[in-house]
Design a protein around this ligand. Structure first.
Ligand code: FPP
Length: 246
């Protein structure tokens, strides 16, 4: 985060979510172990956070570890956890503070190591005053589990509004709110949601790219944002009515 140019406000308030896919294939194509792909993926995270801040994006949510990823080989899981730990304790957090970026982690915490939970809490605490952009890392995250956890907390059979339910879901994932996703990007060529932000993506625009995550950077983000700007968002309404809320 060394770029100190004034941020664009073009995408102020926009919530962009990213399914970072393709680390393994990136490594295999180079004859490297999968974990080398994750290391390169961590560099792409750094580049993309910087590019998103410079584009004036409001919230960036990155799918770093799905609850189903626990089923990967132990060594790969350990490397991913180590990368999250290094990211949260490394120079990136100091740069986030300098640049007004708030960092938060969503998902379950009870299966993470105490050291990682401590690093998460320290990073959240250090960056809490950031107002330029919110970066959320989803770790041990499952949208279905979040919905189930929220449903389990609904008591009585009374009428429950969407906002009240969203609040329960936010609490279930350690999030302070449940921002609707405007644009969901998935790298790596697959076209699916993989249990990511299912509720929040109700009206998200979807952008799929074949680019593998370790190759992703500012130009790819710009391309996705340009694609987003060409979409007509209707939120279930007719075009004329939608124009007044877009
Ligand atoms: C999917 O690629 C990627 C992941 C499961 C992990 C995402 C993690 C990072 C980008 C690394 C570090 C992140 C931070 C926040 C420091 P895949 O392994 O499923 O790739 P494949 O589909 O090609 O096998």
């Amino acid at each position: 985060m060394t770029d100190r140019t004034p941020p664009s406000t073009r995408f102020g308030g926009l919530h962009v979510a990213v399914i970072m896919d393709g680390n393994g294939r990136w490594a295999r194509a180079r004859g490297l172990p999968r974990v080398a792909g994750h290391r390169a993926g961590a560099e792409a995270v750094r580049r993309t956070v910087e590019a998103a801040a410079n584009q004036g994006i409001g919230t960036l949510t990155l799918f770093a570890f799905s609850s189903d990823n626990w089923l990967r080989p132990r060594a790969e899981v350990d490397t991913l956890m180590q990368l999250f730990y290094e990211y949260l304790l490394g120079p990136e957090i100091g740069r986030a503070v300098e640049n007004g970026i708030r960092v938060a982690v969503i998902g379950r915490r009870d299966r993470l190591s105490p050291a990682l939970v401590e690093a998460i809490e320290a990073a959240e605490q250090a960056t809490r005053a950031g107002r330029r952009m919110l970066v959320r890392l989803a770790v041990d995250y499952s949208a279905r589990d979040a919905i189930l956890a929220a449903a389990a907390r609904v008591n009585g059979g009374g009428k429950l509004g969407r906002e009240q339910f969203a609040r329960l879901m936010a609490e279930a994932t350690h999030a302070d709110s449940l921002p609707e996703v405007d644009l969901l990007i998935r790298t790596g060529g697959e076209q699916r949601l993989s249990d990511f932000l299912l509720w929040e993506c109700a009206y998200a625009e979807l952008h799929f790219t074949r680019t593998l995550w370790p190759d992703f950077g500012a130009a790819h983000l710009e391309e996705a944002l340009a694609d987003y700007q060409r979409r007509e968002r209707r939120f279930g309404r007719v075009p004329e009515a939608a124009a007044s809320i877009a």
